[in-house]
Design a protein around this ligand. Structure first.
Ligand code: 3SL
Length: 240
């Protein structure tokens, strides 16, 4: 009898997540620019736990209780908090051993949308090889959940989902690919020679460039800066 294949698919925004969700897939949250890159950087620098929250009000109540809190809206750090959403804010001794609360425009919303999934992990170019290795070893269906921008499609998360798809496809024929995933694989094949150039006209890259955050973009598109895989457990992200 023919072995039943696992599924891999991609969902372009948290808004579409209810259409794609199932009870068995591992959900990979993707917000390459910049939430999931910042989360990977924080764990690489020794953070103990990250509590993602949806609203600035929730973040504020944690701040009042004495937590370190990162808050970003529309690409900018929100006044009154310890950090914004740059990976560089999460590098150094000040995050070591700490629990950090984080709210961002899109990334933490995507985590919230998928919070009841079988398993949630965090993906970015910074941890792409370790992530793919983990996904292959788990031998389960996969949903690549792109955070997008305010529930709309964005190019950089799509590109990363395409990169993961290509890697999985190169390594095994155990998976059946959803149409979204296949489309993103072709997108990645067009872009992979120079992802930075491919993303030149992407709306969010331009938004960040206007905010003088070109260095953040460059770093977030640099593969394999860490082997850390953040995983969501009991309402918080921890290092796997
Ligand atoms: O929305 C988010 O989660 C962000 O990563 C957006 S930004 O890069 O900080 O603009």
């Amino acid at each position: 009898m023919k072995k039943k294949k696992l599924k891999i698919d991609a969902c372009f925004s948290p808004y579409l997540y209810p259409v794609y969700k199932d009870d068995e897939s591992i959900v990979v949250i993707i917000d390459v620019l910049r939430a999931t890159s910042a989360i990977c950087a924080a764990f690489e620098n020794g953070a103990e736990k990250i509590i993602p929250v949806a609203t600035v009000a929730e973040a504020h109540s944690y701040k009042q209780k004495g937590f370190l809190v990162g808050a970003e809206r529309d690409g900018l750090p929100v006044d009154g908090f310890d950090f914004g959403n740059s990976p560089f804010h999460y590098m150094g001794e000040h995050v070591k051993g700490k629990t950090i609360v984080l709210t961002t425009t899109n990334g933490t919303q995507a985590i919230g949308a998928a919070k009841d999934a079988f398993k949630i992990v965090i993906g970015s170019f910074l941890n792409i090889d370790a992530l793919c290795e983990f996904l292959l070893n788990e031998n389960r269906s996969i949903l690549l959940l792109c955070s997008g921008w305010k529930n709309k499609f964005n190019l950089e998360d799509a590109l990363f989902a395409g990169a993961v798809t290509e890697e999985i496809l190169n390594r095994t024929d155990n998976y059946e690919f959803g149409d979204a995933c296949l489309a993103l694989k072709y997108l990645y094949q067009m872009a992979k020679k120079n992802p930075n150039k491919f993303l030149s006209y992407s709306s969010h890259k331009e938004r960040l460039a206007e905010l003088n955050l070109k260095e953040d973009v460059r770093y977030c598109l640099t593969p394999n800066q860490t082997k850390v895989i953040p995983i969501y457990k009991d309402g918080a992200l921890v290092k796997m």
